[in-house]
Ligand binder design. Structure first.
Ligand code: ZN
Ligand code: ZN
Length: 182
């Protein structure tokens, strides 16, 4: 196991948020364009805590999405700078909490803090584990030339190339066509 389960879950959520942009989403549309799309994403990932469900919250989360996309591909040292900046901005104080069906785990901001802030801080806490494990190579970017998707690569040798089987199949088809064209 490279990372703990809760870190893997937080990174998965981070990637799911990042991959709602048109260049990475399955529909090819922006899949974080409405408050109901945001609510569905939070439900899917079981993201707990305060939700306002308004346009302002959506706008803040969309800004977080851009920031997370930027952080995902940073080298280790600049990533440290971003993580520390997020924790400082949010006045993060790690504490153990237990809620819903979940056993003791870490939260660094209150469940009543704005959603966008909690998303950022949860990402930062997960990135702490990635940085400490020297595992930034696990934060991968899809190699399909028409996809901007990101994903957590938990494969044995960090050898996964595509964000989805959809991208893998498309690239395989394209390579096959290129080979058989002449
Ligand atoms: Zn929690
Ligand atoms: Zn892809």
């Amino acid at each position: 196991m490279i990372f703990t389960d809760d870190t893997v879950a937080a990174l998965g959520f981070m990637a799911a948020v990042a991959d709602t942009v048109p260049g990475a989403s399955e529909s090819g549309e922006d899949e974080l364009a409405t408050t109901s799309e945001l609510a569905a994403l939070l439900d899917e990932w079981g993201f707990s805590g305060r939700r306002d469900g308004d346009a302002r919250e959506l706008a803040e989360v969309r800004a977080v999405r851009e920031r997370l996309r930027g952080i995902w591909t940073l080298e280790r040292d600049p990533m440290v700078g971003e993580v520390n900046a997020i924790l400082e901005e949010a006045h993060a104080i790690p504490r153990l909490v237990r809620h819903d069906a979940l056993d003791w785990h870490i939260h660094a901001v209150s469940q009543e803090s704005p959603l966008a802030e909690r998303m950022l801080v949860e990402a930062a806490m997960a990135l702490i584990d990635v940085i400490r494990a020297d595992g930034t190579d696990r934060l991968a970017r899809c190699e399909a030339d028409d996809c901007t998707g990101v994903f957590v690569d938990l494969s044995k040798n960090a050898s996964k190339r595509y964000c989805s089987t959809r991208c893998g199949n498309r690239m395989a088809t394209r390579a096959y066509r290129a080979r058989t064209a002449d």
